[in-house]
Structure formats: C-alpha cells, structure tokens
Design a protein around this ligand. Structure first.
Ligand code: FVH
Length: 300
C-alpha cells in the first residue's frame, strides 16, 4: 500500500488523548512538534522523536497542520487567542470535544485569522488510536481535510461529513449519547442481577450477546422514524412495552436497586400510551422528545 506523504504537525495538548495522537503521528513518521501547558508531559514524546516547542508561538510556526486536543472549548481559546498571528496560513484541526455551536464559532474565528479549519470528533479511547477500531468524524474546510489527511490517517479511519463545521460535533455527541444510554442500561442490569447473587463477570457474556443483537434495532427504527410511520406492522406495541417497563421499575425497587437510570424512558412510554399511541411502535417516542421542527417532520 502507498504510504501517505509525511508532513509537519503540531499537537497542542498532551493529555491522555493528545499524547496518543502525537504518538501515532510520530510512529507514522511525520515531523511532530508538541506543546503542553504542563511541560513535563512533553518528555515521553520527545524521547520518542517529537520536537518540544518552548512556547505556543513556536509550536504554531513549526506545524503545517495544528492539532488541538484540549480539555474543552474554553481551553482552545485560552491557548490560541493570544497567538493568532502565527495561525495564518495554517490548517487547524480541533479534536477537542465541543458543541456544534462551538465548532461553528471556532470555524469562523479561524477563518478571521487566515487558518483553514476542520473539526474532529474522535470515536475511540486513547489505546485505540492508530488501530483499525478507531474512527474520527471530521467536518469543515475541504482544503483543510486535503492538507491534513496524511496526518489524520495515523489516528484511525477518516470520515468526512461535509463542509458545515458543526456536523462532526453533532454526530459525535449523538453517538456518545447513545453510548451513555447503553452504559446506563448495562449498569442497571448488573445491579439487578447482583441482587440474585450473579456476578457481573458471569452475566456479561449473555448481556453482550443480547445487546449486540438488539443494536440492529437502530436500522429498523431509523426507517420508521424517517418515514414517520410508527403504526404499521407493529410487533411490540407501546402499551405492552409500557406495562412490561412498569415491572422493571417495580422489581428494581423491590430489590433495593435505584431505578433512576430507567425511570425517564418509563415516563415517556406511559405518557405516550396514555395519549393514545399504545398501538404504535416505541419509535413514536421521538416525537415527544423533539420540540423543534426537524428535517423529517413537524414536531413543534
Ligand atoms: N480520553 C478519552 O477517552 C476521550 C475520547 C474521545 C475524545 N475525548 C476528548 O479529547 C479531548 C482531550 O481529552 P484527554 O483525554 O486528552 O483529556 P485530559 O487527559 O484531561 O487532558 C486535557 C488536556 O487539556 C489541557 N488543558 C486543559 N485546560 C487547559 C487550559 N486552560 N489551557 C491549556 N491547556 C489546558 C491539559 O493540560 P495540562 O493539565 O496537562 O497542563 C491537557 O493537556 C477532550 O475534549 C475529550 O473530551 C477524549
């Protein structure tokens, strides 16, 4: 396979993720400069082959591509705002977790200072960086993508969503929201079986098998949601699910498991059933969640 061209990349922020990104870049052969607020964190990367910048200006001038991987949106401005002169002509790739609005703001800000901007949502934890299981969502300037791509390929699969800079953050947050819903369900399930003397290790294989199978529900739900069809060919009507759900809450309370992770969905199922949608699929709950008009329907 043809190797991507090697480029100069600066990584600002060497926390767990920034250090993993810098390591992947060094290992891929790129010319890497690192900077971190707490300078001691640069040492392992310098030992691996990175150059250490003495200050932010020096760091920005060293890289054709600047990767910011900082705690949050405010930290990105804390780091860059006093150094905009060194940003002009560079490609800024921000993989700091931020909101869609934050990404859009950063894109306009970067444009004002003469930098091409790409926002990234990393769908991996640090040990996954550079492995086939890592992928990163990007959105923003196509020119920035073209310039930075050889470096970005070191992190994981590059998935470009479009020129609207907010797209990556929106989908990143949606994916993480799905993940946390799953984490909540898993934690509740482990708590429940623990009341029966079953350890998490014993229960994990069957839980994973069940959830892996149920994950395919996303595809069938998507069809119903996009078509606005919650009532056709329903296999598991909402009223049935709401009644079963009440039993989950009851058994949790009876066994001393706090049902707070499950309660919100139960309330939605009950309310929608009471509102006359008991014959429909559970997908209709989305209409009670969505208060703004969307591209797929008028839910105001
Ligand atoms: N780690 C993960 O599992 C997730 C995976 C998905 C993406 N997230 C996001 O990546 C951003 C960085 O995450 P991280 O894991 O590297 O975070 P930390 O280890 O806490 O490192 C934070 C770095 O930010 C620096 N920093 C914080 N505030 C400032 C500031 N005001 N000025 C300058 N630098 C700042 C901090 O510096 P220091 O404490 O070492 O001096 C670290 O370099 C994040 O958005 C995740 O949501 C990670």
């Amino acid at each position: 396979m043809e190797r991507p061209p090697l480029i100069s990349v600066t990584v600002l922020g060497l926390g767990a993720m920034g250090a993993a990104l810098a390591t992947a870049l060094i290992d891929a052969g790129h010319s890497v400069t690192v900077w971190n607020r707490t300078p001691a964190k640069t040492a392992p990367l310098v030992a691996r082959g990175a150059a250490r910048a003495g200050d932010i200006d020096e760091a920005l001038r060293a890289g054709q591509v600047i990767v910011t991987c900082l705690l949050d949106h405010a930290a990105v401005h804390d780091v860059l705002d006093d150094h905009v002169g060194a940003l002009a002509g560079r490609t800024l790739v921000n993989v700091t977790n931020t909101t869609p609005e934050g990404s859009a703001e950063l894109a306009s800000w970067a444009a004002c200072h003469g930098a091409e901007f790409l926002d990234g949502g990393i769908m991996a934890v640090p040990p996954q960086i550079g492995t086939p299981s890592a992928f990163v969502l990007y959105s923003g300037s196509e020119q920035a993508l073209a310039t930075a791509r050889p470096a970005l390929e070191a992190f994981g699969d590059v998935r470009y969503l479009g020129s609207d800079p907010s797209l990556a953050a929106l989908q990143d947050l949606a994916l993480l929201s799905g993940m946390y819903g799953m984490f909540g369900g898993i934690l509740h399930a482990f708590a429940l079986v623990r009341t029966g003397g079953i350890t998490a290790r014993e229960f994990a294989p069957v839980l994973r098998e069940w959830l892996t199978g149920m994950a395919a529900w996303a595809d069938s739900a998507a069809g119903r949601i996009d078509d606005g069809d919650h009532a056709g060919d329903v296999v598991s009507p909402l009223a049935m699910q709401a009644a079963a759900y009440d039993a989950f809450l009851t058994v949790a309370r009876d066994r001393g498991v706090n049902p707070l992770l499950l309660e919100p969905l139960g309330q939605l199922l009950r309310r929608r059933t009471d509102d006359g949608h008991g014959h429909e699929d559970i997908t209709g709950v989305i209409d009670d969640l969505t208060t703004k008009t969307t591209t797929t329907g008028d839910n105001a």
